[in-house]
Design a protein around this ligand. Structure first.
Ligand code: PLP
Length: 303
């Protein structure tokens, strides 16, 4: 059976700002689902992996950048559930802690030019021509099966929230949450925080993956990308430092740090009513810190 079944816990975030504004903010700890098959990456892989198993496939083939949380999740899930894994990695051959972990979990890596990377269908077809066991999984686990796994998060919420927030890369997670919430008949307002500049394309992704009208139900907050994907600023770094030190919950600058910053900022700007209940989804992805720890926190100087 391809499963990692347990409901991730929900924890309250206790900050003076939230008390002052009389707002409850909880966090769904999907980062606790697994250390490497992290958060939303597990949810997005669940149904593709089951489909691969059903079809008797033996090798999962996917795509990503050198710091992809998705590739690491796939490498580990492949090892755990008995699939070989092959990744086409965008750009020149490099080595970093994320790729070393992928290799450790037995993933085969092929570096391809940015040009070749754009045509994933051809990359896959060339490989599959001599490997019948190959099974295609899109970059980041993007797609309807990915959204379906994310939808299940909603079933784990014992309580209803006025607002639910998540960080967005492709928008697959947000689309799944939207489907789940509409089908529950909840009035919950859903919010996405795009972590890339120009996150407007997420609207298109939402429209394609949602079974229900998105208009007026999902808010995208475009002002929290901090310069673009995997970019950070001293302000975001200082916020992350404060958040981690205050809660014991790790967030990082690529996804969840931007998410948390956005919620704190919106609360401070009185965008919610007193008594509102807000849920943040911690989508995991903590190994991203391995590539940024030096710019995130300054080490002490020796005296
Ligand atoms: C991949 C990832 C996301 C983005 O999810 P989408 O479904 O592509 O929007 C968010 N948070 C973390 C930690 C991720 O690794």
């Amino acid at each position: 059976m391809v499963s990692l079944t347990f409901n991730s816990p929900i924890e309250n975030l206790d900050f003076p700002l939230f008390r002052e504004k009389a707002i409850t903010v909880d966090m769904k700890r999907d980062d606790m689902i697994h250390p490497f098959i992290s958060g939303n990456k597990w949810r997005k892989l669940k149904y593709p992996l089951r489909e691969a198993r059903r079809q008797g496939k033996t090798r999962l083939v996917s795509f990503g950048g050198a710091w992809s949380n998705h590739l690491l999740a796939l490498a580990c899930a492949g090892a755990r559930f008995g699939f070989r894994t092959l990744a086409f990695v965008r750009g020149e051959a490099v080595s970093n802690p994320n790729l070393s972990l992928c290799r450790l979990f037995g993933m085969e890596l092929r570096f391809v030019t940015r040009q070749a990377y754009r045509d994933k269908v051809t990359l896959f077809a060339d490989h599959a021509a001599h490997d019948e066991g190959a099974f295609f999984i899109d970059e980041g686990g993007h797609g309807p099966d990915g959204a379906r796994g994310c939808e299940e998060l909603v079933d784990e919420l014992g309580d209803t929230y006025d607002h639910i927030f998540c960080a967005c890369g492709t928008g697959t997670t947000l689309a799944g949450l939207h489907n789940g919430i509409v089908e529950k008949g909840w009035a919950t307002r859903l919010h996405g925080v795009p972590v890339l500049a120009g996150g407007d394309f997420i609207r298109g992704s939402l429209d394609r993956l949602s079974r229900h009208d998105v208009a007026g139900r999902v808010a995208l907050h475009m002002a929290y990308h901090f310069g673009g994907y995997a970019k950070t600023t001293p302000e975001l770094n200082a916020f992350i430092q404060h958040f981690c030190a205050h809660t014991g919950i790790l967030v990082e600058p690529v996804y969840t740090g931007k998410l948390c910053f956005a919620v704190f900022d919106l609360v401070a700007r009185n965008q919610f009513s007193r008594g509102n209940r807000i849920l943040l989804i911690h989508t995991g992805g903590l190994t991203g810190i391995l590539g940024m720890h030096q710019q995130l926190v300054e080490p002490e100087k020796s005296v």
